[in-house]
Design a protein around this ligand. Structure first.
Ligand code: FES
Length: 397
């Protein structure tokens, strides 16, 4: 479909930070624009849906609802990961929920049974039907790729592999050993009443919204923020900045220091960093001296989304006596920050419905949002041009 908002409207949101304004409010509220954006952005891009390290053993699985597609992510007998449809091939019952370990997947409705690889193994009372060919029934596979043990999917068979897009980021984060890190707890999505773009990460708000929560633990006013982090590749939707401290091993905790051992391969310079990297459209990594946090989100409607936050550590840290208590302490320390973020996101969403909703100017530290705008608008233009070309082809050709 063509963009329901004239493309010229987006020009004002791209370019010099001093001159541009935020995206049109309708991009945060309109159901029609949401349908366009689902195809323009999410229909033709790689989406992060979880962590392969959460399912290390044969038969381990987790499920995800990604843009209305029910997905079942399963560790196979050969150690690979298969992302397949979680929809029974009989009458569309969802096969599995949550996460766990299975030897096979049996549909609750009429007991059709599928192997880990999605092949149908049995279907009661259908063996004598000459029109039913069991060997032809299999859960469809969704194109997927593993990057640093994150599971990504795409619904577009033609976009380039993800590995090329993220190869420089892998190099930048090499010393954090991202692929070896494991979750302190499995991700769990929770609902938020806002459009997914409102999650756009920036550090302008930290000193204000989080003045009593984040700042006493990690005062951004005394840090240098490098918006030219070498992790940046905005044209690829990789948008990054580094918080640079004078001291090593600082983290937003009640002590202001890491509660866990420093990752062993970090240089002294890297131990002074918190690296924030958005991998558009739905992953944010925060690499710290002792861990990497990641946030994922998925839209569920024009004005609703789901959001998850998870912490990654090396095996040695996870196995450390007392880890669990210290980790819970750290989660507790940041709980109020999350509460404030959700409060702001949902309030902004309400504001977007106003007939007086603004297209406001950006502060210099919101340059990351302008970079995200530019990546998005490029997607909008591409999708609109594709729809225009399709519309010009005569019916039946
Ligand atoms: Fe699954 Fe009938 S819907 S067996």
């Amino acid at each position: 479909m063509r963009s329901p908002i004239a493309l010229e409207e987006f020009d004002a949101s791209c370019g010099d930070i001093n001159e541009v304004v935020s995206l049109p409010p309708a991009t945060f509220t309109s159901g029609e624009f949401y349908d366009f954006e689902l195809d323009a952005v999410f229909g033709h891009e790689w989406l992060c849906i979880g962590r392969a390290t959460d399912i290390p053993n044969k038969g381990d699985y987790f499920t995800v609802d990604a843009l209305g597609e029910q997905l079942l992510v399963v560790r196979q007998a050969d150690g690979s990961i298969r992302v397949q449809s979680n929809v029974c091939r009989h009458r569309a019952m969802k096969l599995a929920t949550g996460n766990g370990n299975a030897r096979r997947f049996k549909c609750d409705y009429h007991s059709w049974v599928y192997g880990l690889d999605g092949e149908l193994q049995s279907a009661p009372d259908l063996n004598d039907n000459p029109c039913f060919v069991k060997s032809e029934v299999k859960l469809p596979e969704i194109r997927s790729e593993i990057w640093e043990n994150f599971v990504f999917v795409t619904f577009d068979p033609d976009i380039p592999p993800l590995s090329g897009r993220l190869s420089n980021l892998s190099s930048y984060l090499a010393n954090w050993g991202l692929s070896e890190l494991k979750s302190a707890s499995k991700h769990e999505f929770f609902p938020v009443n806002c459009n997914w773009k409102i999650f756009g990460d920036e550090c302008y708000h930290c000193a204000h919204l989080h003045s009593k929560s984040w700042c006493p633990m990690f005062d951004t006013a005394s840090e240098r923020i490098d918006y030219d982090s070498l992790a940046n590749e905005p044209e690829k939707g990789i948008i990054a900045y580094d918080l640079v401290s004078l001291e090593k091993d600082l983290s937003p905790t009640r002590t202001g220091k890491n509660l866990q051992p420093v990752l062993p391969d970090l240089t002294d310079d890297q131990r002074r960093l918190l690296v924030y990297v958005t991998v558009a459209p739905n992953l944010l990594l925060i690499a710290m001296p002792d861990k990497v946090k990641y946030f994922m989100w998925l839209p569920t409607g024009a004005t609703t989304s789901v959001f998850a936050a998870t912490w990654l550590y090396p095996d040695s840290t996870l196995a450390k006596p007392g880890f669990e208590d210290e980790w819970k302490m750290e989660v507790e320390d940041l709980k109020q920050v999350m509460v404030e973020d959700v409060y702001a996101w949902e309030s902004v969403q309400n504001g977007m419905f106003s007939r007086n909703a603004p297209r406001g100017r950006y502060a210099p530290s919101e340059v990351v949002l302008v970079r995200l705008n530019e990546w998005l608008v490029d997607k909008y233009r591409t999708a609109d041009a594709r729809a225009a070309a399709d519309a010009s082809v005569p019916a039946g050709v």
